[in-house]
Design a protein around this ligand. Structure first.
Ligand SMILES: Cc1ncc(COP(=O)(O)O)c(C=O)c1O
Length: 354
């Protein structure tokens, strides 16, 4: 039976990517060696790293614009700290739109003065604050483009008088944006790129080198840039798999092409949530995420029946985050429209049964 994988992360990868990645584990390029047992300094791997880095910039439209792409370790959570260590001299401004923003703020606060320009914490992070001001005398502004847990997504980004750092872990490469508006973008691989284990960082070089603190080498973007993202042994398999996904996306037509598909999936999903009286969406309508749709059952008595039906239809990974409950349909780039249709079918079948 086909499994429809709505997992929030680690999450679905395309079959094409999984096949190529698994072949490389057994025998990379028919050389008789696994990708996992060759040196990261070998030409074979250096080529993979360079291709992954340049595909990331190309897909974001940032080639030749002063940006560098890095594939680092420690997850997006390490970036909460690294951003502050590299950009924060005196004070920084953060937008608090969810658990991950909150965690980023906590790490930055360890170092200096942080203000929250706005927060939606008081309403369970069910919306994206708007109309706030970003002070021009702060070092940088930090935001989270997509709030994986609550299912909200920033549809517009403020014009910022200061550099912008953005956590795009759960919607990178999913929609067209003017990426030149951002000075630093980071994203854990395990949603729209590959397996867990590497984090993409795209940074404009001219925002670096402005803080007076000594930065430990592993935490210093400039060190990683100077070593071609190979300061230490990189996680070769997650990087190779991410490269395959970026290649797949390029062949599909890039971000514009996937954006259309993602919009279609979101339309199908949200119209069922809105039309079916058994379900209720969690996030504010105008801020709804095209990646993570969060919703609950109006009548909890139907929970068991609904979940049995989901299981029978091969629908997996739909549980909401433990802090929100209910359901969360994660519709990342690799999830086909057919999977969304299968879920919607179960939801409307429940309505006829109830
Ligand atoms: C938006 C966002 N930021 C950060 C993280 C943390 O990522 P990691 O587990 O790679 O540290 C997550 C994880 O789901 C996330 O969704």
């Amino acid at each position: 039976m086909k499994i429809h994988n709505f997992s929030a992360g680690p999450s679905i990868l395309t079959q094409e990517v999984l096949l190529k990645a698994s072949e490389a584990v057994l025998d990379y390029n028919n050389d008789g060696l696994s990708l996992l047992e060759i040196s990261h300094r070998s030409k074979a791997f250096v080529d993979i790293m360079e291709k992954a880095r340049s595909l990331a910039l190309e897909l974001l439209g940032l080639e030749g614009k002063g940006y560098k792409a890095l594939f680092l370790q420690g997850g997006a959570s390490t970036q909460f700290l690294m951003v502050a260590l590299n950009l924060l001299e005196k004070k920084a401004a953060y937008l608090n739109t969810g658990t991950w923003s909150d965690k980023a703020i906590k790490e930055a606060k360890m170092h200096d003065d942080i203000i929250e320009v706005a927060s939606s914490k008081d309403a369970g992070y069910s919306y994206i604050p708007k109309g706030y001001e970003i002070p021009s005398d702060y070092d940088y502004f930090h935001c989270t483009s997509n709030n994986t847990i609550f299912g909200t997504q920033m549809k517009a980004f403020p014009d910022s008088p200061i550099p912008v750092a953005c956590d795009m872990s759960s919607d990178i490469f999913s929609r067209s944006l003017d990426f030149t508006k951002f000075d630093l973008i980071y994203a854990g691989a395990q949603k729209n790129m590959g397996p867990a284990g590497t984090t993409l960082v795209v940074v404009k070089e001219d925002v670096l080198g402005k803080v007076s603190r000594k930065i430990p080498s592993m935490m210093d973007y400039k060190v990683h840039i100077s070593k071609g993202s190979m300061f230490n042994t990189p996680p070769v398999f997650p990087i190779y798999t991410s490269m395959l996904t970026l290649e797949w996306l390029k062949n599909l037509g890039g971000i514009k092409a996937i954006e259309e598909i993602n919009e279609m999936k979101a339309r199908v999903m949200y119209s069922e949530i809105d039309l079916n009286p058994l379900f209720k969406g969690y996030a504010n309508k105008e801020d709804r995420s095209n990646m993570n749709a969060t919703f609950t059952l109006v009548n909890e008595d139907l929970k068991e029946t609904f979940e049995t039906m989901l299981k029978e239809a091969g629908i997996s990974g739909l549980n909401g985050h433990r802090s929100v409950g209910g359901y969360r349909a994660s519709m990342y780039n690799a999830l086909p429209l057919d999977s969304v249709k299968a879920l919607v079918e179960v939801m409307s079948e429940l309505e006829t049964k109830a």
